[in-house]
Design a protein around this ligand. Structure first.
Ligand SMILES: NC(=O)c1ccc[n+]([C@@H]2O[C@H](COP(=O)([O-])OP(=O)(O)OC[C@H]3O[C@@H](n4cnc5c(N)ncnc54)[C@H](O)[C@@H]3O)[C@@H](O)[C@H]2O)c1
Length: 261
C-alpha cells in the first residue's frame, strides 16, 4: 500500500500516533482526511497539513457511518482507512473491578469500530478492485502484560477481526495491517514514572515504521522488535510463557488486585 495520490482517512488524528500518521501520509502525497472526536486538536492537525477534516467519535456507529459516507461522496473513494483510537482503561483500577460501562465503551471503540468500517467499506472496495485497513492495536493484542483487562481483551479481539478479514477477503484485493506498538510517548513525560518500561518510541518513529510496513503489506507491524520474539516464545510453549510472565509481573510487584487501590 503506497499512499501517494490516494484518499487516506485517519481517525484519532488529533494527537499521538494518529497525528504522526496523518502528517506522514500528507508528506507522502496522500489526500488525507483528519478525524478526531476533539474538534480543537483535529483542526490544529488538519490546518497544519491543509487537510479535510470531520469530527467523529469512532465508538459511535452513526458518527463513523457518516464520516465514511461524507469522505466517499465529497473527497473520493477511501483507499486506506486507519482506525486508530482506543479506550485505554476506565476510572477504575483496570482489573476485575472494571465497570460494565468501561467494558461496553471498550468494545465499541476498540472492536466494533473495526467491524463497522469493514462492513461499510469492504463490499465497495471489493467492487472497485481493492482497499486497505490499518488498525492501530497494541503489543497487548499479542502478548498480555500488565495492561488493563478490558484493553487487553478488546485489543485481542481487534486482532481477531483483522485476521478474519484477511482470511475471507485477501483474495479479493483487501489488505489489513495491524500496528502493534509497545510504549510510544504521545504526551511529554508520559513514561517518566515507569523506569522498567523498556524501549520508548516517538509517534513520528512509529509512523515511519508503519509506512514501511504498509509498503510491504505486512499483516503485523511491530515497531518494537522485542514483541516478535515474545510472541514467538508464547506460540512455542504457551504454558511456559504464562508461568514466566506471571513470575515477571509478580517480581515487578504488579498486582491488579491492589495496584490501583
Ligand atoms: N501510546 C502508546 O504507548 C501506545 C502503545 C500501544 C498502542 N497504542 C495504541 O495507539 C492508538 C493511539 O494511541 P495514542 O497513544 O496515540 O493516543 P493519544 O491519546 O495520544 O491520541 C489519541 C487521539 O484520539 C482521539 N480519540 C480518542 N478517543 C476517540 C474516539 N472514540 N473517537 C475519535 N477520536 C478519539 C483523542 O482525542 C486523541 O486526539 C491507540 O489505539 C492505542 O491503543 C498506543
Amino acid at each position: 500500500m503506497i499512499v501517494e495520490g490516494k484518499v487516506v482517512v485517519v481517525t484519532g488524528a488529533g494527537n499521538g500516533i494518529g497525528r504522526a500518521l496523518a502528517e506522514r501520509f500528507a508528506r507522502d502525497g496522500a489526500t488525507v482526511v483528519v478525524s478526531d472526536f476533539d474538534e480543537q486538536t483535529m483542526n490544529t492537525v488538519a490546518d497544519g497539513i491543509a487537510a479535510a477534516r470531520r469530527r467523529c467519535d469512532v465508538g459511535n456507529a452513526q458518527d463513523l457511518h457518516d464520516l465514511i459516507e461524507w469522505v466517499e461522496a465529497d473527497i473520493g473513494p477511501i483507499a486506506l482507512m486507519c482506525s486508530n483510537p482506543a479506550i485505554f482503561g476506565g476510572a477504575e483500577g483496570g482489573g476485575l473491578d472494571t465497570s460494565e460501562e468501561t467494558w461496553e465503551r471498550s468494545w465499541q471503540v476498540n472492536v466494533m469500530s473495526h467491524v463497522r468500517v469493514a462492513r461499510q467499506l469492504i463490499p465497495r472496495m471489493v467492487e472497485r478492485g481493492g482497499g486497505y485497513f490499518l488498525q492501530t492495536l497494541s503489543a497487548a493484542a499479542l502478548i498480555t502484560s500488565n495492561s488493563w483487562m478490558a484493553y487487553t481483551v478488546t485489543k485481542h479481539a481487534g486482532l481477531g477481526t483483522a485476521e478474519w478479514i484477511m482470511l475471507n477477503y485477501a483474495d479479493r484485493g483487501i489488505g489489513v495491517s495491524c500496528l502493534c506498538p509497545t510504549a510510544v510517548e504521545t504526551r511529554p513525560g508520559q513514561f517518566d514514572e515507569m523506569p522498567d518500561i523498556g524501549l520508548v518510541q516517538t509517534a513520528d518513529e512509529v509512523a515511519d515504521i508503519t509506512v514501511a510496513g504498509l509498503a510491504d503489506e505486512r499483516f503485523l507491524i511491530l515497531p518494537n522488535p522485542a514483541v516478535g520474539g515474545s510472541f514467538r516464545k508464547k506460540a512455542t510453549d504457551y504454558d511456559a510463557w504464562l508461568e514466566r510472565t506471571n513470575g515477571r509481573l509478580r517480581a515487578m510487584g504488579h498486582d491488579f488486585d491492589t495496584a490501583h487501590r
